[in-house]
Ligand binder design. Structure first.
Ligand code: AHR
Length: 501
């Protein structure tokens, strides 16, 4: 297959917001308990956090993390998680039919986030609670001192405010499963009033209003229009969520869902523009794609188990075992986020540890990186700078979710300050090698500084505690610069990070 690619340094889409590579972690399953926090583990630090897991997290260079939910947040009392641990109540987590011990709360999580070098992005409960509790939480987290809630924080051992800038106004409020689910106008009004109060406290706060839980929701995309019409001027982002799978074992169709996601983003971009014009508003609203990942391997089993169990504490839940095919899919999806980075300013892989996660950790046992860890890490490390509009001329295919899907999926990022151009290239052809020919304009005479690749694995190959490095990236071969053109052969079903400087 011939694949002709044109990259020009002036064909810029946007300056990527580094928060495009953010993550999400929820109080559910073993994400927090025996995920990041396990005081009895041999690797636990003085605060009970697992150092082996933390190291894998640090290596991802995650800019921001959304916490504490998810569906969990819609019946969560944040006050349960503060103060002496032995005084904290055990509560029923209604979202996941589990017991929440509250041994980790905001002040504990903040310690972990600081150690990990990640900025917190906090969600407030607009399901079972409302504006009053949300504003108390804000005061606890962000006010220096001399008031009831800020002094409580100080007496709990944290003198300085956390200065959290990003606030999510509830979670998936369009979903009938959500505790305190609302209709669009009802939610839009509550979100507006909450955002107004938050910005009254600090006008630099960024508010994220809930968009659709996915693009199959019956209310999509009307939900976004109705919600934004209530709150447009007071919010900065609208959230999108989408989870993916390949139940039908149709690899090309699975990869076509990357294009489908592009349409989802484009549609919501259109709704944002429509409401902005209708309201004669001056401000911009961007997209915060704050939950995305592959979730299908054990989804049905989990749905059955959760109905049958008797309110366990931190049960294994959504512990997806990712294969090589999922890694290729995640690589392509991250490429789509780069290509749409003018609209999508923040995106969060959901989730980070154990629950639909790139990192897994056994209780009392080892931690390991799943296959999807690597494309996420490469995007986070090398996908910072200007997103370029890369032209690709290669064969295409039609599938049930999209037509004209190009076999070669490419995203380009130019880091002017570092003087590097990174091309993220996915050959999604099942059998054909891509004969790559990239013409580069405006980059001087670059050379290929690094070529990382993931290739040669079976689509079902996975990593695990007994084979942690079964599917890992390696140094790529067969690509080089000749007469100013980047040329080479890319194997079928392979992913490449080509770094030029
Ligand atoms: O990430 C798992 C769940 O998926 C989240 O709690 C919810 O927001 C979404 O439906």
């Amino acid at each position: 297959m011939k694949a002709r690619v044109t990259v020009h340094r002036d064909f810029r889409i946007s300056s990527i917001d580094e928060r495009l590579y953010s993550a999400f972690i929820e109080h559910m399953g073993r994400a927090i308990y025996s995920g990041i926090y396990e005081p009895d583990h041999p690797q636990a630090d003085a605060n009970g956090f697992r150092k082996d897991v933390l190291k894998f997290v640090q290596d991802l260079r995650i800019p921001a993390i959304r916490y504490p939910g998810g569906n969990f947040v819609s019946a969560y009392n944040w006050e349960d998680g503060i103060g002496p641990k032995d005084k904290r109540p055990v509560r029923l987590d209604l979202a996941w039919r589990s017991k929440e011990t509250n041994q980790v709360g905001i002040d504990d999580f903040a310690i972990w986030a600081e150690q990990a070098g990640i900025e917190m992005m906090l969600a407030v409960n607009l399901g079972s609670r409302g504006l009053e509790e949300a504003r108390n939480f804000l005061e606890y987290v962000n006010f220096p001192g001399g008031t009831q809630w800020s002094d409580l924080r100080r007496s709990n051992g944290r003198k300085d405010p956390y200065g959290v800038k990003m606030w999510c106004l509830g979670n998936e409020m369009d979903g009938p499963w959500q505790i305190g689910h609302k209709v669009a106008t009802e939610y839009g009004r509550l979100a507006n009033e909450t955002a107004k109060a938050f910005k009254g406290f600090d006008p630099t706060i960024e508010a994220v209003v809930c968009g659709s839980s996915n693009d199959r929701m019956p209310t999509y995309p009307e939900w976004e229009r109705e919600v934004l019409e209530e709150c447009y001027e007071n919010v900065d982002y609208i959230s999108l969520h989408k989870y993916f799978g390949n139940k039908s074992k149709d690899t090309l169709n699975y990869f076509g869902k990357i294009e489908e996601t592009g349409r989802y983003i484009q549609t919501i971009g259109g709704v944002i523009d429509y409401v902005k014009s209708k309201k004669r508003a001056k401000n911009d609203v961007h997209i915060c794609f704050d939950e995305w990942n592959v979730w299908y391997h054990i989804r049905e089993d989990d749905s059955r188990r959760i109905k049958e169990w008797d309110w366990p504490e931190a049960p294994p839940l959504l512990e997806e075992n990712y294969n090589f095919e999922d890694a290729l899919f995640v690589a392509g999806l991250l490429n789509e986020f780069i290509r749409r980075s003018d609209r999508v300013r923040i995106a969060c892989i959901a989730q980070l540890v154990n629950v639909i996660a790139p990192i897994r950790a056994e209780k009392g046992g080892p931690a390991w990186r799943q296959t999807i860890y690597y494309p996420y890490q490469f995007a986070s490390l090398y996908g910072r700078g200007d997103a370029l509009n890369v032209a690709v001329d290669a064969p295409t295919y039609d599938c049930s979710v999209a037509d004209d899907v190009c076999y070669l999926d490419v995203a380009g990022v130019h880091d002017k300050a570092a003087g590097t151009l990174t091309l993220f290239v996915l050959n999604r052809h099942l059998t054909e090698t891509a004969d790559l020919d990239v013409s580069l304009t405006g980059f001087g005479s670059p050379s290929l500084a690094e070529h990382l690749s993931m290739e040669g694995y079976g689509l079902n190959d996975t990593n695990g505690p007994d084979k942690p490095d079964n599917v890992v990236p390696g140094m790529g071969t067969g690509v080089g610069v000749e007469d100013g053109q980047l040329k080479g052969k890319l194997a079928p079903l392979s992913y490449h990070v080509l770094r030029l400087s």
